[in-house]
Design a binder for this molecule. Sequence first.
Ligand SMILES: [Fe+2]
Length: 321
Amino acid sequence: MEHILLAEDNADILSIMAEMLLSEGYRVTATLNGAEALDAFRVETPDLIVSDIMMPRLDGFGLLEAVRAHPQGLGVPFLFLSARTESAVTSRARSLGADDYIFKPFAPDDLLVAVKAKLERRRTLQLFDTRSAHLQTVSMLANVIEARESYTRGHVERVQSYALELARALGWDQEALAVCEYGALLHDIGKVRVPRAILNKRGPLLYREWALLRRHPETGARMLENIAHLQGARPYIFSHHERWDGTGYPARLAGKDIPREGRLLAVVDAYDSMTSDRPYRRALPAAAALHEIGRLRAAQFDPEVAEVFIFLRQRELNGRH
Ligand SMILES: [Fe+2]
């Protein structure tokens, strides 16, 4: 339930506003001046502040300034309630970071509409903040993987952008796309446990080296076991080396038993590997890599996913000429 802090020195107006907001299902703290409101703010950060300007002890400007000076108060929307329309007042309030005004006398709907709009905006911003902070952490992890593998520069970012484009073309919903955004970045996270000498070896791998490398999907999935907000990435990590014909690893799943995240990533991961230089071979041209994916469709890859991917990349290649 969202919490609204009210500051208004006219007790009648205050109780009317409080009633209106309570009946809409909000939690309300009603205070009679800026000083009281500031005390309440310090006890609990509200989701929105609606404040009169002229009030005893501490006026609306003083309250806004004190709230914005507090780290917790920087993002709290602040709505002024005012009978005064002078531009000087308005611009002062703007420069202090007020978000909007409601002019007295106001109709009940004016207040409710403004409150709803401000809270909505706050939710969007919070979501955006969490998401971008989250993606920054994930990118940092992905960079750690890349740094250890000298020849994969840019690999995870390219895989991410191919994966998102492909998922979108396959009609995945917004939530699945948001998970894809970080799942694709993290798919090789388990490689942090594979010795560098193996990751960067120029010659063919010995059996025991290869066995160690093959553990990275399981290692990665286990690393994320207790990180609640990254659970969505686990199918990308665990299943990206499974093969449609059941000869992949680690679980030797076949066909649609392989989670769709793994089937999607297998195609884009293979394509990016083929089109990148490796210590032991040069990159394949894009057209040749697509031909190879077409050839391996139904053996290594989900045929439908492979076909859509080939279509997308070919369209891109043709567009360039
Ligand atoms: Fe991998």
